[in-house]
Design a protein around this ligand. Structure first.
Ligand SMILES: Nc1ncnc2c1ncn2[C@@H]1O[C@H](COP(=O)(O)OP(=O)(O)OP(=O)(O)O)[C@@H](O)[C@H]1O
Length: 395
């Protein structure tokens, strides 16, 4: 299982320029989190601070009991081995073919022989649908393929924490959905803790378990996806609706006038979208059940819209299991007449811990449209199918 990343009171400046201050959040182990924010709010700086490439002036980043802001170089070196990082452009070496690019961390950081390295490289290349492209140079392949090669390289040391910087930049909407699906499937297979930085609203609405947002040098919020996706905060509403009017300006944050605020308050918060489900043939995401227990424990502290959205994800069995009373109509679960949230001391009931795991089923999510091939120039389908196994219903 991935490890927890605890960020406590983190502040970062470059000279007189404060990037963000007092950022506190916890990336739950094995869950997928997204960090949103307008351009220049310091999302990439945050990722680099998590992996120890930048040193914040204040605060802690605690991983496995070690604060990477104050630990020794040797400890940092060991902690870094737990990370896989996918930078925006894949950060591949232009003169090396894909095989050597992906093999690089194994040759640098392990004593493995070439036979073992070959097995691992080909396994990761198959995982991201790149088998057959070993000899290609980064300059000879599409942006989508470069991203996937970067992802394969990020995976090659079996990371427990994966940081992904704008996976959607430079990709068309279909390739973005395919890459998102790949990240969800990877999470199901290796249960790593994942943090994605993105501008893409669709990614934010469909991929993560948790969402945070940086704005005006602060973390506006961080928590279960339902909290931000139902928030009426003007900056969130503007961002989720992709509107020009609102507190986010082109270069600097601007002050919002009363008429603009009124226009924003008339905008509906976009309806929640279902989270991406794992592909057929993949294992279940074990983080889903852990998250459900965690979120239900804090349910009463969340806003009512978020509470209702969370309750709507529960199956009838789970509603009963977690101690929710049925709505008057008897329909499970429904929005018009909200189900009753049990008293705080019953969330979740102590009995949950004693319930056999198979009784707590992951939430069924509607399927996304069937994925098409990644790149026209590569044999993606056969490669993906070998890794992902047969589709549901296929003999
Ligand atoms: N090494 C550095 N030295 C000085 N300033 C830096 C450094 N790295 C980043 N910055 C500054 O920090 C600010 C935040 O940059 P960052 O790239 O983290 O923003 P971002 O939110 O990821 O933006 P975008 O969404 O456009 O990629 C910018 O003003 C940038 O110029």
């Amino acid at each position: 299982m991935g490890v927890e990343v605890v960020v406590d009171g983190l502040s970062k400046s470059f000279g007189a320029q404060t990037i963000w201050r007092d950022v506190t959040l916890t990336l739950p182990p094995g869950e997928i989190s997204v960090l949103l924010g307008p351009s220049g709010t310091g999302k990439s700086v945050f990722l680099k601070s998590l992996v120890g490439l930048l040193k914040p002036e204040q605060g802690k980043v605690v991983i496995n009991g070690t604060d990477i802001c104050t630990c020794s170089e040797r400890e940092l070196y060991e902690i870094r081995k737990m990370f896989g990082v996918l930078f925006q452009d894949g950060a591949l070496f232009g003169s090396m073919n894909l095989y050597d690019n992906i093999a690089f961390p194994l040759r640098e950081h392990t004593r493995k022989g070439e036979t073992e390295i070959r097995d691992l490289v080909l396994e990761k290349m198959e995982m991201v649908g790149l088998l057959g492209a070993e000899e290609k140079l980064p300059g000879e392949i599409s942006g989508g393929m470069r991203k996937r090669a970067g992802l394969a390289r990020a995976l090659v040391l079996d990371p427990e924490i994966i940081l992904v910087d704008e996976p959607d930049s430079g990709l068309d909407p279909v390739r973005t959905v395919l890459l998102n699906q790949l990240i969800v499937d990877l999470n199901a297979q290796i249960d790593a803790t994942i943090l994605i930085v993105t501008h893409d609203i669709n990614t934010a609405r469909t991929v993560p378990d948790n969402i945070g947002m940086l704005y005006r040098r602060n973390l506006v919020m961080f928590g279960p996806r339902e909290v931000l996706l139902t928030s009426a905060e003007p900056v969130v509403v503007q961002f989720l609706n992709g509107r020009a009017d609102g507190p986010i300006g082109m270069s600097e944050e601007k002050d919002i006038g009363p008429s603009e605020l009124a226009r924003l308050s008339e905008l509906a918060v976009p309806p929640m979208m279902a989270q991406l489900e794992v592909s057929p043939g993949m294992p279940e995401r074990t983080a889903v059940r852990r998250r459900k227990d965690r979120v239900l424990r804090q349910l009463r502290t969340l806003n009512p819209s978020a509470q209702q959205e969370i309750i709507k994800t529960l199956t009838p069995d789970e509603l009963a299991l977690y101690g929710f009373s049925a709505p008057a109509t008897g329909a499970w679960p429904q929005q018009a007449e909200p189900v009753q949230v049990p008293a705080a001391d019953r969330l979740p009931p102590a009995a949950v811990a004693d319930v056999p795991p198979q009784q707590v089923r992951p939430t069924p999510h509607p399927r996304q449209p069937e994925a098409t091939s990644w790149d026209a120039e590569e044999p993606a389908e056969s490669s993906r199918r070998r890794w992902f196994g047969r589709k549901r219903g296929e003999s």
